[in-house]
Design a protein around this ligand. Sequence first.
Ligand code: ADP
Ligand code: LRH
Length: 483
Amino acid sequence: MRSYAAVDLGASSGRVMVGRVGPDTLELTEAHRFPNRPVRVPEGLRWDVLALYAGVLDGLRAAGCLAGGRLDSVGIDSWAVDYGLLDTRGALMGNPAHYRDTRTEGVAQKVWATVPAAELYAATGLQYAPFNTLYQMTADREAGRLAHAERLLLIPDLLTYWLTGEQGTELTNASTTQLVDPRTRTWAHGLAARLGIDLGLFAPLRQPGDPAGTLRPEVLAETGLSGPVPVTAVGSHDTASAVAAVPATGERFAYICTGTWSLAGLELDAPVLTEESRAANFTNELGLDGTVRYLRNIMGLWLLQECVREWGDPDLGSLLQAAAEAPALRSVVDAQDTAFLAPGRMPERIAEACRASGQPVPGTPAEITRCVLDSLALAHRRAIEDAQRLADRPVDVVHVVGGGTRNALLCRLTADACGLPVVAGPTEAAALGNVLVQARAHGLAGDRAGLRRLIAGTQPLARYEPRGDAGRWREAAARLAAR
Ligand code: ADP
Ligand code: LRH
């Protein structure tokens, strides 16, 4: 048995997990969990990346204690698109901006004046989101913030650099920059040149499974680990790691990674770059072993997180119980709408959206929670229907992974809405995918299907069969479409 530490940074919390792996064994234990609290300063919304790095160091210390002082490797994944800038001495130039920061407002339209949106999609396969790295870099360049930058590191690559002193750009996360061609799986040089983006800011590409250095002596001293401890590149985009850990036993499956976001779609061998796919705002991100994550971003449990924050953090279990008893499908909102991207006033914004579409206005926390969960289930249904049609790939089962698997009501509603069985779990899919890519790089035999069988055979999963109320979901979908 070998021990691997998976650092998994989500938008709401970070965790360091220890995976103990043998040919037929996979055990995951939480070593440390810490909140990820963005901070609003006068210049905008920023990640507290030093607090996150401190959490990683605390986590590695705790992981070492769990693993008897010795780790066979460490891997890091996090949310996508965001970056830190380094100066000529390799020092971080300020706190990385949060993808929910408003500095990219109106930037896409300027980019499209040079490269029209249709051409951008044909070249990169990436959905439109205001926070794609390309738009963030354009905003930063126009504001003069790139002028003295020597290097740009995506968040997991930045933390890897601090741990090892080595710089690289891991491919699955690079594919969320909108600067990668999903057919060649390398930088889109021509596109970047036209848009005045200096690809020299990025460190060389790394593939999942590549070595990414060893922990620096100072890190070993601070964490009490005995060296050398290699750091291994994993699918450093958390969604890439989570999809790698979907416990599918066949080919005909869809997945929904549910956490702060819901990422709903299919695993494909090649990108879908049609105009229809662009109009449906599906993205083609790159996954393990030459795969493509063909999916749509849905606002996800962010909607609920923000409400709960506004309500002063009531007990989630009681709130979900009350929501389960609230009237079903009374009012629904469009959970794909980027109008819900920014923080703040979420219960009011949801109520306003219901009012504007002529539906009953939910008032109590239970009613609003029910509205959020019904709306998410409806958006899951739409994404999975659209993905099957656009990629011409029918599915028989929906795998739900991530923190949302702890929300049984959401899983049940998703099965009902999709009219398909839902297999829920694992909850810590990203950490498991992270661990397995490390294990494979260090000798564990197995193709993607083999890794998935190992997860299916070792992790607790729950199954939700769809209940036959398809007509009500169709009616609610039509209600939203008619807005
Ligand atoms: P991220 O990785 O984006 O930070 P997670 O995968 O950790 O997100 O999922 C966080 C979400 O999981 C929370 O917003 C919450 O809605 C849900 N969740 C966490 N714990 C529970 C629980 N005990 N019951 C129901 N839902 C939960
Ligand atoms: C989920 C996620 C998602 C991205 C978003 C920025 O954590 O990585 O895949 O679109 O964050």
